[in-house]
Design a protein around this ligand. Structure first.
Ligand code: TXA
Ligand code: MG
Length: 336
């Protein structure tokens, strides 16, 4: 592990990526596990290190709109407008792919996911090594890492280098938006919210599979929607409803679990006096700390009881990740 801005660190990472190795690096959302997008063996190393299902495509990270245009078969005015508005930043655009993008990256789809991250380390790597294919730097099915230590623990012995950029500022993965049609389709909610997309593009549709499990055997618009995701080892339960009632119920369940010899953790905006709890200020704070709360508590907590916010703005992304971590186990407190 190297501090990303230590002397020679970025150069070493660029050298390794050019040579076909994988390197974990910080972005503003979560840590990514990168390799050159244009080498099938390099891309295969990402799938091997993560144990990633062969049908789940990767995002290609670029450092300019020009580079994105070169990887797109068809860079539409809609894609261009959204990129100008939100890049660099937590928005991934799914567009038709150019022939230059190998099947290894898109897993054979005729589209490619593109994103320009807002982090000097990520941008420095891309500037040195060219566009980088990178999923989140976790073993498949595990929570995404938001600190270098999470990556090191999860991928220990499977990757040659982790660049440490401290905690990720946003904390949830980018918004994934299909812009191949006239109306953008939300495939994964994130910090770029449906409200912001509507303001920029005139509208947005939410894909089936976001916020609710797809029925068995259904075909997903985004392969990621089908795979079990973000699951920590502790049992996660999401509580929805008005906040005072929810907090009261969480405290009750906490007491019941403790009495039965379990070691629960509460996460919410309440005070939770005398209980083991992580108190979050608001949705941004919760998002930034979400995965580290899951990852840092899974070894000594049997249950994690999460406040589920409403589904407006950033809360939609938080709720989506919380529901996935919980395997869609929800307690509806006041009949919501
Ligand atoms: O914030 C992020 O997006 C992070 C950082 C590292 O950039 N990356 C990330 O990658 O979360 P990953 O692989 O964990 O999630 C990418 C998601 C997956 O659900 C995948 O199925 C979907 O994007 N995806 C990728 N290419 C796609 C495509 N061509 N069509 C539809 N969905 C696609
Ligand atoms: Mg991931």
């Amino acid at each position: 592990m190297l501090k990303w801005d230590a002397a020679g660190a970025l150069e070493e990472a660029v050298r390794r990526i050019r040579g076909g190795e994988t390197v974990a690096f910080p972005t503003e959302t979560v840590y990514g596990l990168g390799a050159r997008y244009d080498s099938e063996p390099a891309v295969r190393r990402i799938f091997e290190a993560k144990g990633r299902p062969a049908d789940n495509p990767l995002i290609v990270h670029v450092d300019s709109i020009g580079a994105a245009r070169a990887l797109a078969g068809d860079w539409t005015p809609l894609a261009d407008a959204l990129a100008k508005m939100f890049w660099p930043g937590p928005l991934t655009l799914v567009v038709r792919r150019a022939p230059a993008v190998p099947d290894a990256v898109t897993t054979g789809l005729n589209t490619v996911a593109l994103r320009m991250p807002a982090h000097p380390c990520a941008l420095g790597l891309i500037a040195g090594a060219g566009p980088i294919a990178a999923p989140s730097a976790n073993r498949s099915g595990r929570p995404s890492p938001t600190r270098a230590g999470h990556v090191a623990r999860d991928l220990d012995g499977r990757i040659p280098l982790v660049l440490d950029g401290g905690p990720c500022k946003k904390g949830l993965e980018s918004t994934v938006l299909d812009v191949t049609g006239e109306v953008p389709v939300l495939l994964r909610p994130g910090h770029v919210t449906p409200e912001a997309i509507t303001a920029a593009a005139g509208g947005v549709r939410v894909s089936p599979g976001v916020m609710a499990p797809l029925p068995e055997g259904a075909k997903a618009a985004s392969p990621g929607l089908l795979h079990r995701h973000y699951a920590p080892e502790s049992r996660v339960i999401v509580y929805r409803g008005g906040e005072p009632a929810v907090h009261a119920r969480m405290a009750q369940d906490y007491a019941r679990l403790r009495a039965a010899g379990h070691r629960p953790l509460l996460v919410g905006t309440g005070e939770f006096k005398g209980m083991d709890a992580q108190r979050v200020r608001d949705a941004d704070d919760f998002a930034a700390r979400f995965y580290s709360i899951l990852l840092d508590s899974e070894r000594d907590r049997t249950h994690i009881l999460l406040l589920g916010f409403d589904d407006r703005g950033l809360c939609l992304a938080l709720l989506d990740r919380a529901l996935r971590a919980a395997g869609f186990a929800v307690e509806n407190v006041d009949g919501l």
